[in-house]
Design a protein around this ligand. Structure first.
Ligand SMILES: [Zn+2]
Length: 300
């Protein structure tokens, strides 16, 4: 009985995790840390001095979903995805407007919010980071560097979410094909089970002249990956009743691990590229390479 109860609690926790998490939290930390390690020399010392803080806080937006915090665009949950195939438009979704107001006008606020707001939320945080970098350029306020490090963490989260195929499709947990639980099996359990051998490609910095367009392009690129992971899962479950070690070995071998490594590597490169884009847009302020120190007492 006790064992049954423990199992039931475990299932409930897994269900909560599937609904709440993006990449699993440890995977967010892994990707963010890899992005920092891959930064070019002109910004790297600033980020390295704050690496632990940025890495840890890159999971914060998922935690904001728990108390259901609300921001300018509405409650937190829809900020983490864009179900591109939920508008009834043909792929590659060129008919879906890229302006939030136009999406609301075309499909109504209910459908717009139901399908998610990830590109616009990412842009909102990107603009805040540009403005915090701008404050550093002007030397005011004195806590601008602290704001930059927090916004770097938050921005990393949303950019990473955009690289999860199941943040870009309506059937985000395999519900349409009777493959429930695929969300956390793929983005969390599969990666953590293969953590020691998980291959992240070196970070490549690319220009990001238009952040919102970049996130839309990323979400379009996710679409075939979702199908590939579902196919790998389907094959791995054949003849099995449990998601056991054998299942995960087959799931990985059938291509899911390769997809996870590809998307996580792309995510790290994107995070580093988007940070650089924010820094450049703010006029490349000089960045202190020391860890934050307590401010000096002001004497009048
Ligand atoms: Zn998220």
């Amino acid at each position: 009985m006790k064992r049954l109860l423990v199992a039931a609690v475990g299932v409930a926790l897994l269900a909560l995790q599937a609904g709440v998490s993006a990449w699993g939290m440890d995977v967010h930390r892994l990707i963010t840390r890899h992005a920092i390690d891959g930064l070019p020399a002109d910004v790297k010392p600033f980020f390295m001095a704050r690496a632990d803080f940025i890495t840890e806080h890159s999971v914060d937006p998922d935690l904001w979903r728990v108390p259901d915090l609300s921001g300018r665009l509405g409650n937190e949950d829809p900020n983490h995805f864009l179900d591109f195939d939920g508008f009834g438009e043909p792929a590659p979704f060129t008919n879906v407007p890229r302006e939030w107001d136009a999406v609301v006008k075309k499909y109504g606020a209910d459908m717009a919010n139901k399908n998610g707001r990830l590109p616009w939320r990412t842009e909102e945080i990107f603009n805040k980071m540009v403005s915090a970098f701008g404050d550093m350029q002007r030397g005011t306020p004195s806590y601008a560097a602290d704001n930059v490090r927090y916004l770097a963490a938050v921005l990393a989260h949303y950019v990473e979410d955009a690289h999860v195929p199941f943040h870009a499709v309506v059937s985000y947990d395999g519900q349409a094909t009777n493959q429930r639980g695929i969300h956390s099996r793929f983005e969390s359990d599969l990666v953590m089970r293969n953590k020691a051998a998980f291959k992240l490609a070196p970070v490549v910095i690319t220009p990001v002249p238009d952040l919102r367009a970049f996130i839309f392009d990323t979400l379009i690129a996710d679409q075939p990956y979702a199908a590939a992971v579902l196919a790998a899962d389907k094959k791995a479950t054949e003849g099995r009743e449990l998601y056991d070690d054998g299942y995960y070995a087959d799931f990985a071998k059938n291509g899911a691990l390769g997809v996870a490594e590809q998307r996580a590597s792309q995510a790290a490169s994107a995070v580093a590229s988007v940070w650089i884009a924010a820094w450049e847009k703010a006029g490349k302020p000089k960045l202190p390479d020391d860890a934050p120190r307590p401010p000096a007492r002001i004497r009048r």
